[in-house]
Write a protein that binds this ligand. Sequence first.
Ligand SMILES: [Zn+2]
Length: 309
Amino acid sequence: MPRQAATDRLRHTGFVPELPEVEALVADLGSRLTGRTVRRLDMVSFAALKTFDPPLSAVEGEPIVGVSRHGKFLDIAVGELHLVIHLARAGWIRWRENPPTPLASAKGPIAARLVLEEPTAQDVAAGRTGSGFDVTEAGTKKSLTIHLVRSPSDIERVATLGPDPLSPDFTVETLAGILRDAGRAQLKGVLRDQRRIAGIGNAYSDEILHVARLSPFTPAATTDASHLFAAMQHTLRGAIDRASGKPASELKAEKKANLRVHGRFREACPVCGDTIQQVQYADSTFQYCPTCQTGGRKLSDRVMDRLLK
Ligand SMILES: [Zn+2]
């Protein structure tokens, strides 16, 4: 079991959906789904389904009103309800032209399947074709969650999300307040803390810190907010620009190809050519450039354990 978990960890390094990918999924799914009617929602992984009321059958025959995002949570509004999916470490959405129903097996990566009614003439005229999608999760460590709720704020992890860095309300002053509140807490952990800032995970926090040329250790309160704000906006908006208009199937490769330091242990830093270093902690790793970010010093794994508590 531990060996299997380690394999999963390696396989998933470099692609965990974060804000830019979920944002691109929202656009892709929104154009395919909005206006269509749900025929059925089948759950394969009952461990992933975190709610029982309302029942899944409540979405049958209901129209899809829109697709949005709360941090890294995908929100598909169906009638009066919300199907909220957190893709976690290895989850993804796979569009299906002709999904077989019912699902043949509970084994494999499919956690749930949403099947649409046949497109009407009106749907076809509006470019809405196809027949549904699968929610998948690779690997053996399952952390994907699916909620069917009346309001997204019924989900505690959604209700407690910090501000979204892409929101027009998220300004340098917003970030300055977050950094002040975080005090001596170190930047790597603060950027990833969903209660402080919504949507940034392990990969984009590495990328933002590299763009900002800041050590992951930097105490939050000592950081120049406008400098970090610029690096954050540059990194996230750049990733979204590259992802926009791409179908879900191409987003993984797109993300991986454009990361500067994350997942690039032992490769050359694209800015200075130094060798990118890695720190292992808990069940994950992160990467940084010593020359660009830590005055040439290597960070120890032991210290990082403390950092992320
Ligand atoms: Zn460098």
